[in-house]
Design a protein around this ligand. Structure first.
Ligand code: PLP
Length: 355
């Protein structure tokens, strides 16, 4: 049966990126060897890394003065690397969910952390808007897309201290004005590549300002100066990332992608709002276009398991909500076709009819 892949992460990738990766695993560039068994210092692989970085910069229109590096350790290691490199005395964090909270906790190892606002009071169903950022903080940290709670900051914020963003689950989903950010990072496994790859976009001039010494591997400068080749980078995920970025460029880049993402999100949110059985969990104005969370209305709660089973029988995969929200979460990343969202909507309609 056809599967509709709504997994939250690792998650759906463009079919062509998976096929090209499979080919390179068997025979890379016709050299008669697998990409898995050659040195990362070969010309063949260096070309892959360079193309991936250059597509990254081109597709996101990254201005001069910024570097893109590929690392290991996931977004979770960035929770610590960011303050290690940027926090001298004080940092400001916006607490919009589980990941934001984890980032905030790590920063406390390095200095004073101000939580400028939190939406924990309502189980993170909204993005706080009214808050003031201490102007003497070294940076302000946000999580643009809250993968678990389905809220998103889709407008690039104007703040007058360096802005740092975890974009693990919405990078490449829309155009971003990079010049408004000092640093953007994320795990690649939501919208770009298989797990094991972390990307960091960093404005060069913000580095080198902290007083502490930074261990070599945790220092962004090490990786910038060595073009992400200080040590062995995650070779295979970088190859897939390059393929995903080629696919995205062919499709028209992030502006075209955003249009498609908005269309997909509208289709599903319209059905959630129309359907008598379901209700969305995120505040309407803060709804994520990547992770769409919904539950059964209070009076239909006992139908939850039955809908889950029905959806599964129709080929839906990965729609179970995170335990901290419950219900359902449909992750509609870049590679998810509109047709999959339509299939889920059809499912919700026929389930409504039969119940
Ligand atoms: C998935 C996710 C993370 C965690 O990423 P790892 O690569 O597993 O460390 C962090 N932040 C956000 C927003 C995420 O979606």
């Amino acid at each position: 049966m056809k599967k509709y892949n709504f997994n939250a992460g690792p998650s759906i990738l463009p079919r062509v990126a998976i096929e090209e990766t499979a080919k390179a695993v068997l025979d890379f560039n016709g050299i008669g060897l697998s990409i898995l068994e050659i040195s990362h210092r070969t010309k063949d692989f260096e070309n892959v890394l360079n193309e991936a970085v250059s597509l990254f910069k081109e597709i996101l229109s990254i201005p001069e003065g910024y570097s893109v590096v590929f690392l290991g350790g996931g977004a979770s290691l960035q929770f610590c690397m960011v303050p290690f490199n940027l926090l001298n005395k004080k940092a400001a964090y916006l607490n919009t969910g589980t990941w934001a909270n984890k980032a905030l906790k790590e920063a406390k190892y390095f200095g004073e952390v101000v939580e400028v606002a939190s939406s924990k009071d309502k189980n993170y169903c909204y993005i706080p808007k009214e808050y003031s950022i201490p102007q003497d903080a070294d940076y302000f940290h946000i999580t643009t897309n809250n993968t678990i709670f389905g809220t998103e900051i889709r407008k690039d914020l104007d703040v007058n201290i360096p802005l740092v963003a975890d974009m693990s689950s919405d990078i490449f989903s829309r155009p971003v004005d990079i010049s408004k950010y000092a640093l953007i990072y994320g795990g690649a496994q939501k919208n770009l590549a298989p797990a094991g790859l972390t990307f960091v976009i960093v404005k060069d001039e913000i580095l080198g300002k902290v007083e502490r010494s930074i261990p070599t591997m945790l220092n962004y400068k090490t990786h910038i100066e060595n073009n992400s080749m200080f040590n062995t980078p995650p070779v295979l995920p970088i190859y897939t990332a390059m393929q995903t970025l080629r696919w995205l460029k062919n499709l028209g880049g992030v502006a075209a992608m955003e249009k498609i993402n908005l269309e997909k999100a509208k289709l599903l949110y319209d059905e959630i709002d129309r359907n008598r059985l379901f209700v969305g969990t995120a505040n309407t104005e803060d709804r994520s276009i990547m992770n769409i969370c919904f539950v059964m209305k209070e009076e239909y709660k006992d139908l939850e398991e039955s809908f889950m089973n029905y959806a599964k029988s129709q080929g839906m995969v990965g729609i179970k909500g995170h335990r901290s929200v419950g219900g359902f979460r449909a992750s509609c990343y870049n590679a998810l076709p509109l047709e999959s969202v339509q299939a889920l909507v059809d499912c919700m309609r026929s389930f409504e009819k039969n119940n």
